[in-house]
Design a protein around this ligand. Structure first.
Ligand code: COA
Length: 532
């Protein structure tokens, strides 16, 4: 039998405490998600509706197939910045006429849907996802273009948005633009670079320069409709392929475009899968509030994978990293999950071997993070921890199978890299509200700074102020703690979203399905030199 057993006691005080901590974090998360859903707030949403227009998420809801889920990505973009949570853009994966598509929608209730630096990051991330997974892109456009006060941050890098659209097209990935309102200046290149365009009667405004700018530039008198209305683009310029009479009609036409794409996934849907043997609800009670306390990731795996069925690989060797094979919603996965937090030489070598096996077999990898990093100390340095850690990082970096990462608990130091952190291009990376990620833990970091400062003072022959040191340590600890939290990191687009642990199986299943739109092929070689 390869069904994982469980030792989790849902009646224990530890479980209750873990669950209570997680519940409190989930409540905070919900408050922040609500900010993204509220868009520009009551005043602007009411004005938008009064104009007979639908909010961004309602447009998406009408676009996707009835009763199918929409996997929203980066909803907390811009969290902790001067800009509205959500960054005036909604992105995600939804099914349109049976085709999984990457959908983006400007939120015109937030500063006219203008793009700030976080909007740009979010949009570029969405394009990356479309590319890697070969997902057709549907852009629901209504934006005031660049957020003018922050133009210096976005004008030059922002050109990548239009570049990406045409590169997607060149790669044979369909792009569809539906213009609901303003799409001026640079924004005009969204329909301009897309394979298919839909414009709406007396609503779409697509021009390089609006009437005031034209007047300034050439003295010509003009109006919105003759410069860039749907009627003009459908009849005269030819930029609009489809003329819609209203928003509902535009969405209907966009659906028809997708229905006619003749789009085929590289891999067939594996069909219905057996659910895990244990209750996903219990995922709330596994991770302790204090991340120093270890937890068994097999308890998580048992609640994520089909039938809780898991074939461990090398379970007796390097036991601080659990590795093994399973299926998730029918898709084969190789799982790497930290057990005791620290990665030693054995774990690193085992990971490198396991990653190579997954590449030989074309099996996607799932990384479940709870690591404080690679082991330090004389014994471990002499044992070659650097070269073994490098081996694992080499394997992760050059692996070609799709990677999924979930930050469950700690994700510190180079351990974050070895476990396929953001810089290692996992196809998708999600964080649980319980996770924390930084170069090291706040106390350790503050402690290191203090030791360095003390040594520096001693070297200069100066006295060291212990009281000031204590104050500084407390301040640094607080700062690092705040910067390690998932909402802060999500705000900076270092993940694709913070998710409820109970949704993990569903979210990963949707990602795996999207991933299998593109061929899944592992590296048959092509790793860097493995230092032995
Ligand atoms: N940058 C920064 N803020 C912007 C903005 C932009 N590009 N576009 C709109 N805003 C702000 C407005 O100042 C306004 O703020 P306020 O309510 O605090 O006064 C808010 O967003 C809503 O704008 P408003 O003009 O009331 O909304 P609207 O729905 O009537 O019109 C636009 C939306 C986009 C048509 C209009 O705002 C506009 O023409 N903006 C400038 C477009 C432009 O030329 N962009 C440069 C392209 S590169």
């Amino acid at each position: 039998m390869t069904v994982l057993p469980t030792a989790l006691d849902a009646n224990s005080p530890e479980y209750a405490a873990n669950r209570a901590t997680m519940a409190a974090k989930l409540a905070e998360l919900e408050t922040e998600h609500a900010k993204a859903l509220a868009g520009g707030g009551e005043k602007y949403v009411t004005r938008h509706r009064k104009r007979g227009k639908l909010p961004a998420r309602e447009r998406i809801e009408l676009l996707v197939d009835p009763d199918t889920p929409f996997l929203e990505l980066s909803p907390l973009a811009a969290w902790g910045s001067d800009y509205a949570v959500g960054a005036s853009l909604v992105t995600g994966i939804g099914v349109v006429e049976g085709v999984e598509c990457l959908i983006t929608a400007n939120d015109p209730t937030v500063r006219g849907g203008a793009s700030n630096p976080w909007t740009l990051k979010k949009a570029l991330r969405a394009n990356e996802i479309a590319f890697a997974n070969r997902l057709p892109v549907i852009s629901l456009v209504e934006s005031g273009g660049a957020d003018l006060p922050s133009q210096k941050e976005i004008f030059i890098p922002g050109g990548a948005l239009f570049r990406d659209l045409t590169r997607l097209s060149a790669a044979g990935i369909p792009t569809v633009a539906v213009v609901f309102g303003n799409s001026t200046a640079g924004g005009a290149y969204v329909p301009g670079m897309s394979d298919h365009t839909v414009m709406i009667k007396e609503q779409s405004k697509v021009f390089l320069g609006g009437p005031p700018l034209v007047k300034m530039a050439t003295g010509e008198e003009s109006d919105d409709e003759s410069l860039g209305g749907a009627e003009m683009h459908a009849r005269t310029s030819g930029l609009a392929d489809h003329f819609a009479v209203d928003e509902h009609d535009a969405i209907r036409q966009a659906r028809r475009i997708v229905a006619r794409l003749n789009w085929r996934k590289a891999h067939a849907d594996p069909g219905p899968a057996e659910p895990p043997k244990y209750d996903e609800e219990e995922l709330l009670g596994i991770v302790p509030g204090d991340l120093k306390a270890p937890f068994d990731p097999r308890e998580v795996i048992a609640r994520l994978v089909d039938g809780s069925d898991f074939d461990a690989f090398k379970p007796l060797y390097g036991p601080s990293l659990v590795t093994g094979w399973a299926r998730l919603h029918g898709y084969p996965v190789g799982i790497l999950a930290n057990a005791q937090g620290v990665l030693f030489s054995e774990e690193s070598q085992k990971a490198a071997q396991f990653i190579q096996l997954a590449n030989q077999r074309d099996i996607p990898l799932l990384f479940l993070h709870n690591t404080t990093g690679y082991m330090v100390g004389k014994e471990y340095e002499q044992g070659g921890i650097i070269k073994h850690g490098a081996m694992m990082i080499n394997a992760v970096a050059n692996s070609k199978v799709p990677h999924l990462s979930v930050l469950m608990g700690a994700s510190y130091g180079a351990g974050h890299y070895g476990m396929c952190g953001r810089a290692y291009d996992p196809r998708f990376l999600f964080a649980w509200p319980s996770s924390k990620s930084a170069v090291m833990g706040p106390q350790q970091l503050a402690g290191v700074l203090s030791i360095v400062a003390r040594a520096s003072a001693a070297a200069k022959g100066q006295p060291y102020d212990d009281e000031a040191d204590a104050g500084l340590r407390a301040m640094v600890e607080q700062q690092i703690e705040a910067e390690s939290l998932p909402m802060f990191l999500s705000g900076r687009l270092y993940d694709d979203g913070v998710i409820d642990p109970r949704d993990t199986r569903t979210v990963l299943g949707m990602c795996l399905s999207a991933i299998h739109t593109a061929p899944v092929e592992g590296a048959r070689g092509g790793f860097g030199v493995f230092r032995m």
